[in-house]
Write a protein that binds this ligand. Structure first.
Ligand code: ADP
Ligand code: MG
Length: 414
């Protein structure tokens, strides 16, 4: 079977209706009339595919989820602010359809002069998350072809991410997914060596499966952030009252053992920025120390660690970074994350970063331009790196291949 994924630019679009699944799940604050978008990154990331389809003459039926309305209509989760924002960004009218399926939507699609229609929040329907076949058929009937650019939801087997493309013969990926896959797949298919995984953040258990699979490809793993204390605890070191999940220590021990058998070097912090929360509740006077004493909480890596980690990063040809090096949200614990962001950015190999907090840390440090890919995927990028494929991507494989007709000379007419 053809396992290629067709990208949007391989399809004829003129005069055709495209159902475009996007991840427009942006953070919104305020209530009622005052709901406002706090960060429009996801909307901006969706624009290239939307603009391309419009330029090529398609009629667009956009769809997305927003938050967790749990299968019920709820105005607090309406996509209305998104429709307004999109209209301004595209400088064109965007019609918001109250329904996702049914006669009303067909009327709108057939009779409206607007070329961009946005369906209301898919998760107003319990059928969406249940991947209901009838709901999928109804959505599929709205358009001639299906394109997805919703990388952040590609790990979900929902009606709009999986059910619809599995029944439509023409289905493909938009430019955002194409960019994500171009770089993420290089990490697990012949990455240039040395490949250094830089990991940190808060939880080992969330990232265990991805690290486990990456152990097959990497040469070194640099561990910072709260995650490092699970590893230090697994090695029997004192971690004071530093943040560490119980299950994380066992997970870390498992990674240490597998790394040893695969000859993957694991680099842990050798010094720390600590505070004594009992005496210094606001964390105002941090100090640098090699070994964490009782009662101390480590909130950033120290200078010697920065040097050790930066040296490993400097010699890498492939780098994947997920997880900040410390409590970077507070200025006094930003230094470790900032130095590591800079060391990665100035490396001239392949540099990919993923994770919501990691991306905001990179933005705080002003190092965005130094990365080949800032993955918008969050959970989806880690799932992809677990190596078992994402349902919303797998379902696109082999779609859109030329259909044999009676005029096809290779056809069998007997
Ligand atoms: P991402 O969203 O990029 O996957 P995580 O959510 O795993 O990253 O971790 C980010 C969080 O980890 C941040 O809020 C950061 O403050 C926290 N963190 C990192 N290091 C420490 C530490 N030493 N102690 C407490 N929290 C930490
Ligand atoms: Mg996070």
């Amino acid at each position: 079977m053809d396992s290629a994924i067709h990208s949007v630019d391989t399809y004829p679009l003129k005069g055709r209706k495209v159902l475009l699944r996007l991840d427009l799940n942006v953070p919104i604050s305020g209530k009622g009339e005052n709901r406002k978008i706090d960060d429009d990154t996801r909307i901006r990331e969706a624009l290239p595919t939307i603009k391309y389809c419009l330029e090529k003459g398609a009629k667009l039926i956009l769809c997305s989820h927003l938050g967790r309305p749990d299968g019920k209509r709820n105005p607090e989760f309406s996509l209305e602010p998104v429709a307004k924002h999109l209209a301004a960004a595209l400088d064109t009218e965007v019609l918001l359809s109250d329904d996702c399926v049914g006669d009303g939507v067909h009327q709108i699609i057939h009779h409206s002069k607007e070329r961009v229609i946005l369906l209301e929040n898919l998760r107003f329907y319990p059928e969406e998350e249940a991947n209901d076949p009838e709901f999928s058929r109804e959505l599929a009937r709205l358009a001639d072809l299906y394109i997805t650019d919703a990388f952040g939801t590609a790990h979900r087997k929902h009606a709009s991410t999986y059910g619809v493309p599995s029944i439509m013969s023409e289905a493909g990926a938009g430019f955002l997914i194409k960019k994500e896959l171009d770089y993420l797949s290089r990490l697990i298919e012949n990455p240039p060596h040395p490949f250094v995984l830089v990991t940190g953040g808060s939880k080992v258990t969330d990232k265990l499966k991805a690290i486990d699979n990456l152990l097959n490809f990497v040469d070194k793993i640099v561990v910072g952030g709260a995650m490092a204390y699970a590893f230090l605890a697994a090695e029997g070191k004192n971690i004071g009252v530093s943040k560490c999940e119980k299950e994380g220590v066992a997970a870390a021990a498992q990674i240490l053992a597998k790394a040893k058998s695969r000859k993957v070097e694991i680099l842990l912090p050798v010094d720390h920025q600590i505070v004594f929360p009992e005496k210094d509740a606001n964390f105002t006077s941090p100090s640098r120390i090699d070994d964490i004493p009782a009662g101390a909480m480590a909130l950033d890596i120290g200078d010697r660690t920065i040097k050790k980690f930066s040296d490993a990063i400097g010699s890498a040809r492939t780098i994947f970074w997920n997880g900040p090096m410390g409590f970077f949200e507070k200025e006094q614990f930003l230094a470790g994350t900032k130095a590591i962001a800079h060391a990665i950015a100035k490396n001239d190999g392949i540099k990919v970063a993923g994770g919501g907090d990691t991306l905001s840390a990179i933005a705080v440090c002003g190092e965005e331009a130094g990365f080949n890919l800032l993955s918008t995927g969050g959970g989806a990028s880690l799932k992809f790196l677990e190596g078992r494929g994402l349902p919303g991507i797998e379902v696109l494989k082999g779609k859109g291949a030329p259909v044999k007709t009676m005029y096809n000379i290779e056809g069998d007419f007997s």
